[in-house]
Design a protein around this ligand. Structure first.
Ligand SMILES: Cc1cc2nc3c(=O)[nH]c(=O)nc-3n(C[C@H](O)[C@H](O)[C@H](O)COP(=O)(O)OP(=O)(O)OC[C@H]3O[C@@H](n4cnc5c(N)ncnc54)[C@H](O)[C@@H]3O)c2cc1C
Length: 442
């Protein structure tokens, strides 16, 4: 009976274990993770911070699910992998042997490096314990400073504001999340934040965090401005947790390099989720995604392959549905380019695929807070951002995912933005009807 060992109990690790169990009822599965709270939704931490949901709603599996999975779980840190011996050593001194190993160690927040970053009151948001800690520190009439970019920084800003704190959001650059959003979209978010009472400081960089008896009392910016605060939240990007793989001499770049079967460079060792830099046979590229649904699908594919299948993981169209300053936003395919000064690395809820932008033409449609932006190449729509009204999110996901040739309406789309969506509506309806009619009924 083979022994499957999984390091990391979040969505990639759990999905792999479930896929193994589906194929092999008798297999011995062990899941080792530092995480003591089981599987919960990390994207959901934002809703917890804002007070929209209670903690128990984050939990993604029931006790019954756990019984059915019938895996041995251990709360421990894996310290070393020895691929030659097929062994993993834990921080508690135990050594486990495996037939197949999955590294699903995810990613962690990049640490701040300014003086005072280790003061009590300087926080990050990686997991449930971090969220609990932030909620303990947050409170009415207190002041918080948030630095960083991407979704997590904004979630911190909004969560702390919802808890009644005065919030200063410091942006190094001119605009929020400028490598994914265009200037108009960033402004939409920034205006909403100002309306919510957030103090936005652009072109502002922290020089140091100020403290008294190891306790944070404020920040000083590069220009010498001082802002008193009780909490400083840092979200400057994440890095895949590749240490185990690196020490075991596995092939790594930005993440652990895996092929389309999620196999690393060592025999019987697989990787999936945030930690994996996955080869996509369709594009020929190896990219990182820091997305929950992607980690789930990769984990499932890795589990199937560990248990004997030969199923390639074919990268689905990268997509995220999130809220930016209260505006529901769907990001699909390739939408941005360049660098965001507020992020040192990739951020959570982000995909490198969103910035693999070849030459593209833009079509946009804006009504107050509702905005749609399409990116077109010579033949097809390659990416879209839908902010506010979500009517177009599903049709665009379908058109982009199916790589539909839009050349018949391309000129019309580009010539007059005011009528572009009328053309697209007609085109989509015709295409969707034809697709429905050609799909055999079950
Ligand atoms: C605040 C926040 C907001 C997010 N927002 C979004 C969003 O809007 N949309 C979206 O799609 N995604 C979002 N994400 C990202 C999403 O949660 C991740 O992509 C997903 O959790 C990745 O799953 P994973 O299983 O690969 O790794 P992780 O969830 O990072 O889990 C890895 C696990 O491995 C454990 N581990 C690591 N090293 C070791 C070791 N040596 N020994 C033992 N255990 C170890 C860790 O403790 C952890 O429990 C967000 C994440 C956060 C934290």
């Amino acid at each position: 009976m083979p022994h499957y060992l999984i390091i990391g109990s979040s969505i990639a690790g759990q999905s792999a274990a479930e896929a193994i169990r589906e194929r092999d009822a008798a297999a011995a599965i062990t899941i080792v993770s530092e995480e003591a709270h089981g599987l919960y939704s990390r994207p959901g931490l934002a809703y917890l911070l804002r007070g929209d949901i209670p903690e128990k709603m984050l939990m993604a599996r029931t006790r019954d699910d756990g019984r059915q999975l019938n895996a041995q779980t251990m709360v421990a840190r894996a310290e070393r992998v020895n691929p030659d011996q097929h062994q993993v050593t834990l921080a508690n001194g135990k050594t486990l042997t495996y037939d197949r190993l999955l590294l699903a160690t995810g990613s962690v927040a990049m640490p701040a490096d300014f003086p005072g970053h280790d003061l009590e009151g300087v926080v990050k948001l990686d997991n449930l314990d971090d969220a609990r800690h932030i909620l303990k520190l947050a409170g009415r009439r207190k002041t918080a400073v948030v630095v960083g970019g991407g979704i997590t920084a904004l979630e911190l800003v909004e969560g702390l504001r919802a808890r009644g704190m005065q919030v200063h959001y410091l942006l190094r650059g001119e605009h929020y999340w400028s490598n994914v959003l265009d200037e108009t979209e960033s402004r939409l978010v920034e205006d909403r934040l100002r309306e919510e009472g957030v103090f936005l400081h652009t072109h502002t960089q922290i020089k140091q965090a100020l403290g008294k008896r190891q306790q944070l009392i404020g920040v000083e910016t590069q220009t010498g401005e001082k802002i008193g605060c009780h909490l400083l939240a840092v979200a400057i990007g994440v890095r895949p947790r590749i240490e185990l793989a690196k020490a075991a001499n596995l092939k790594i770049e930005r993440g652990i390099i895996v092929d389309e079967y999620l196999r690393t460079s060592a025999p019987d060792v697989y990787a999936a989720g945030d930690v994996a830099q996955v080869f996509d046979p369709r594009s020929g590229r190896s990219t990182l995604d820091v997305l929950w649904p992607t980690a789930l699908l990769q984990g499932r594919a890795a589990g199937q392959n560990m248990a004997g299948a030969q199923t390639p993981y074919l990268k689905a169209l990268s997509m995220n549905v999130t809220q930016l300053a209260g505006l529901v936003t769907t990001i699909i395919g390739a939408v941005g380019s360049g660098r965001d000064e507020d992020l040192l690395t990739i951020s959570r809820g982000d995909s490198e695929a969103w910035r693999l932008l070849p030459q593209a033409w833009v079509v946009s449609d804006q009504h107050e807070v509702n905005r749609i932006r399409l990116l077109l190449d010579e033949r097809q729509i390659i990416g879209a951002i839908v902010i506010g009204d979500q009517t177009w999110a599903r049709p665009l996901h379908e058109l982009i995912g199916a790589q539909v040739d839009v050349t018949p309406i391309r000129a019309a789309l580009l010539s007059d933005h005011a009528t572009a969506f009328a053309h697209l509506t007609q085109f989509y309806q015709t295409w969707a009807t034809a697709r429905r009619e050609s799909t055999p009924r079950a």
